[in-house]
Design a protein around this ligand. Structure first.
Ligand SMILES: Nc1ncnc2c1ncn2[C@@H]1O[C@H](COP(=O)(O)OP(=O)(O)OP(=O)(O)O)[C@@H](O)[C@H]1O
Length: 260
C-alpha cells in the first residue's frame, strides 16, 4: 500500500466487557467488521449500546476483551504514534493555556510535521473560528471548542479519522456547513473515516455506509450502503435512505412495554 493511501480497518472477533463476573457489563459482542479504505462509515445505535466502546477500541484507546483491530496491517497504536490516525471525541480536550491557533499548531508539531501557519489558518476558517485564533478554550463556547478540536485533528493530515459525535454541541448553521464541507476535505485527501452520531440524517448525508448497532451488548443489526452522489443534497433518494436507517434503528430497539 502507498504510504499516503488511506488504509482499510479490520476488526476480528472484537469484543469488550467491563467489570468481573457477577457485575459484568458486556458492551460489545464479538464482531467482525471491515471498513474499506477511503470510505466514510457512520455508526448509529441506541444510547449506551456500545458505539463509543467500538470507536475507542479501533482508536487503540482501550484494550479488547477478545479479538484484534488492524489498520492496513498496523495496530491502532502504531497508527497513532505516527500521527496517521486522529480522534475527535465529544468532550474536546484542548490545552487550556494555549490559544486556538496554539492548540492546532501543537498537534502538527507533535505529529513531527514542519510548521504550516497557512494550513492552521485555513482549517480555523473552515471550522468557522476565524477571528478567534488567539482565544483560549475558556473564552469559547462548547461548540467552538469542539470545532477547534476538529481542526486540530485534521491538521496532521491523518489517513484515519475517528469522530465520536463531534458536532454534538455545534449550532445548527455551523453543523450544516461542516456537514457540507468536511466530506470534500477528507475525500479529497483520502481518509478512512468512522463517525458515531445520533443523527440519522447526518449519518446519511456524510457517509458511504451506515452500520446500525443493537442495544447493549452491541452487535450489527443493519449494514446499509449509501450510494448517493456527492455533493449530497436532500431529496427523495436521501429521504428513502433516512427512512431505511430509522426503521432499522426502531427494529433494533423496540419500545419497552409500559407498565399498566
Ligand atoms: N470504562 C467503563 N467501565 C464500565 N462500563 C463501561 C465503561 N465504558 C463503557 N461502559 C459501559 O458500556 C456500555 C456502552 O457504553 P458506550 O459509551 O460505548 O455506549 P454509546 O453507545 O457510545 O452511548 P451514548 O450513545 O449514550 O454515547 C454502557 O453500558 C456503559 O456504561
Amino acid at each position: 500500500m502507498q504510504a499516503n493511501a488511506p488504509p482499510p480497518i479490520q476488526c476480528r472477533d472484537l469484543s469488550r466487557s467491563f467489570g468481573h463476573a457477577g457485575a459484568r457489563v458486556d458492551a460489545l459482542e464479538p464482531v467482525e467488521l471491515h471498513f474499506a479504505a477511503g470510505e466514510t462509515t457512520a455508526i448509529v445505535g441506541p444510547s449506551g449500546c456500545g458505539k463509543s466502546t467500538l470507536l475507542r477500541l479501533i482508536a487503540g484507546l482501550d484494550t479488547p476483551s477478545t479479538g484484534s483491530v488492524r489498520i492496513g496491517g498496523e495496530t491502532p497504536l502504531q497508527m497513532r504514534q505516527r500521527a496517521a490516525l486522529s480522534v475527535a471525541f465529544q468532550d474536546a480536550a484542548l490545552l487550556p493555556w494555549r490559544t486556538v491557533r496554539g492548540n492546532i499548531a501543537l498537534a502538527r508539531k507533535l505529529a513531527r510535521l514542519p510548521p504550516d501557519p497557512a494550513s492552521v489558518d485555513r482549517l480555523i476558517a473552515l471550522v468557522g473560528l476565524a477571528g478567534f485564533e488567539d482565544r483560549r478554550p475558556a473564552d469559547l463556547s462548547g461548540g467552538m471548542r469542539q470545532r477547534a478540536a476538529i481542526a486540530r485533528c485534521l491538521i496532521s493530515d491523518p489517513r484515519v479519522l475517528l469522530l465520536d459525535e463531534p458536532f454534538g454541541a455545534v449550532d445548527e448553521l455551523t453543523r450544516a456547513r461542516l456537514n457540507h464541507e468536511l466530506p470534500a476535505l477528507w475525500q479529497g485527501r483520502g481518509v478512512t473515516t468512522l463517525l458515531v452520531t445520533h443523527s440519522v440524517s447526518e449519518a446519511v448525508m456524510l457517509s458511504d455506509r451506515v452500520i446500525v448497532l443493537s442495544p447493549r451488548p452491541a452487535r450489527v443489526v443493519a449494514d446499509i450502503a449509501i450510494d448517493l452522489a456527492r455533493p449530497r443534497a436532500t431529496g427523495a433518494e436521501a429521504d428513502a435512505l433516512i427512512a431505511n436507517v430509522t426503521e432499522a434503528l426502531a427494529q433494533s430497539a423496540p419500545p419497552r412495554p409500559q407498565p399498566a
